[in-house]
Design a protein around this ligand. Structure first.
Ligand SMILES: Nc1ncnc2c1ncn2[C@@H]1O[C@H](COP(=O)(O)OP(=O)(O)OP(=O)(O)O)[C@@H](O)[C@H]1O
Length: 468
């Protein structure tokens, strides 16, 4: 007992130790402050904190890693988190906030919060505390970043998160996407191997598109039943996809129709230039990285088809062009590679997608593309009919009758005029008399040219008796 008592330091010794420890600490802090840069000190402090928090968390928590790509396609859970998490950012008051606007007209009104990298976002689900973090890293093999979300929660909630929370996440994202205002149009950037978005602000809707009423009704009904058709497509064992082939002369509204469909469905558009795709492997990579609830648009599909390419090669050969040009046309996407996505095995990658092909020359398309069941609906976008002309007049001049209407209607029947040509004439003046007079004159000129052409052709057919 006496020896134990002897080992306890005296009060004065404790004070002496405390004073020298405090002095050393103050001195150490001064040295650190004076000689070690603040950023480095913060970094070390963060690492120490990370180490301890990771250690303790690891013992009682579970972390789900949600990568951006999963089994060679876009990971839809990642996409859902990307859409959903900005709604949880209002609670984030410290650290970095990513803000931006993609509206040129009113940037402040459309200000949006983005998801900051390496920042903890807190969510709560049925009393469960959840921590989300977005991580990003450059990969060795690709120039673009690799992103993934970490979702951490207590171990005991693992099953509940796997079933209930991820379902809630997917549904919330779907809801948000259903109400989104800003549609995007994507083009593929070959150098970065990714789709690049731009705001899609095309104002054409089914209301402003001048088409025959029965075509409008058929199309809207088809789109509506497609969007509600998840269970139906599953029950008949088909991918939840719809294909439209829009064909007709230039200026008859094919691109406008695509805009009307996108605005009606609130789907983003992926605009693919088929002729710039290297080969089928690249096509597969490009197409699997598109999102659900979207339109894949391939314009002028006749350019990309095998038949067309062969034709172009032959034309070049005939013209005596060098072989290296021939090679350029021979390398590219094969029709079978494309069809694999339309209705082959790859068509089941993703869901709720619309594929639209447009062409000015349906007759040039490979018959394989036109076979029944390939593209679900073939839509002819044709020259103006009296109904279409009347609709354009009502839209551009806000009138439904005019003294020049009858002669114009007669001419619209006789000559082939596109809605684009009519629209251009109607836009020439806000004064209906001037605009319609201009349109009448242009139709009369067109008719005269047509008659002249027929006459010249007719003369060409007459056999010259002297040459007999
Ligand atoms: N049916 C239509 N209803 C309303 N406007 C139309 C219609 N068709 C064409 N237009 C007008 O003509 C313009 C050109 O039309 P659009 O680009 O949609 O034709 P297109 O058939 O896609 O032509 P291309 O084959 O050359 O791409 C549009 O911006 C629009 O103003």
């Amino acid at each position: 007992m006496a020896s134990l008592y002897n080992q306890i330091p005296s009060v004065s010794a404790v004070f002496a130790f405390y004073s020298s420890f405090s002095a050393i600490t103050v001195l150490f802090r001064r040295i650190m402050d004076d000689f070690v840069p603040k950023r480095f000190r913060d970094y070390v402090a963060l690492k120490v904190e990370d180490f301890f928090s990771y250690y303790f968390r690891f013992r009682s928590s579970v972390t789900f890693v949600i990568e951006e790509r999963w089994e060679y396609v876009d990971n839809q859970t990642f996409r859902a988190a990307e859409v959903y998490l900005p709604t949880r950012l209002a609670r984030l008051s410290t650290g970095k906030l990513v803000v931006g606007s993609s509206s040129l007209k009113n940037p402040t009104n459309h200000l949006k919060l983005g998801i900051p990298i390496n920042t903890v976002i807190i969510d709560e689900f049925e009393g469960i505390h959840l921590k989300w973090t977005l991580h990003s890293s450059e990969t060795k093999f690709y120039a673009y970043e690799k992103r993934c979300f970490y979702l951490t929660c207590k171990k005991e909630f693992r099953e509940q998160i796997m079933t209930d929370y991820f379902t809630y996440l997917a549904k919330s994202a779907e809801n948000i996407m259903g109400h989104r205002e800003n549609l995007k149009i994507y083009t593929y950037n070959q150098e970065r191997y990714q789709w690049q978005p731009a705001n899609f602000e095309h104002h054409t809707t089914f209301e402003t598109l001048a088409i025959e009423p029965h075509l409008k009704k058929t199309l809207i009904d088809d789109l509506e039943s497609f969007s509600k058709g998840k269970d139906y497509f599953k029950s008949v064992g088909r991918a939840w996809k719809r294909g439209y082939l829009l064909y007709g002369p230039p200026g008859t509204g094919k691109s406008s129709m695509v805009a009307a469909i996108a605005n009606h469905m609130k789907y983003h558009i992926y605009d693919l230039q088929l002729q710039s795709v290297k080969d089928d492997a690249e096509l597969r990579k490009i197409l699997t990285s598109t999102k659900n609830r979207s339109i894949l648009l391939i314009e002028d599909i006749d350019f990309g088809s095998d038949a067309s390419r062969k034709r172009q090669t032959n034309d070049k050969e005939k013209d005596g062009e060098p072989q290296k040009d021939k090679k350029k046309f021979e390398v590219g996407v094969s029709l079978s590679g494309l069809l694999n996505f339309v209705d082959g095995l790859w068509s089941s990658c993703g869901e709720e997608r619309i594929i639209i092909f447009t062409t000015n020359h349906k007759e040039k398309l490979d018959p394989a593309l036109l076979r029944p069941g390939r593209m679900d609906i073939h839509i002819l976008m044709d020259y103006c009919t009296p109904f279409v002309f009347k609709k354009l007049m009502a839209m551009y001049l806000k009138i439904d009758d005019h003294v020049l209407f009858d002669p114009i209607e007669k001419l619209v029947f006789e000559v082939s005029v596109t809605p684009a040509e009519v629209a251009q004439q109607l836009m020439a003046s806000k004064n209906a008399d001037i605009a319609l007079k201009g349109l009448l004159e242009s139709l009369e000129t067109k008719k005269m040219r047509k008659e002249e052409d027929t006459r010249v052709e007719g003369e060409g057919d007459i056999e010259d008796p002297e040459t007999k």
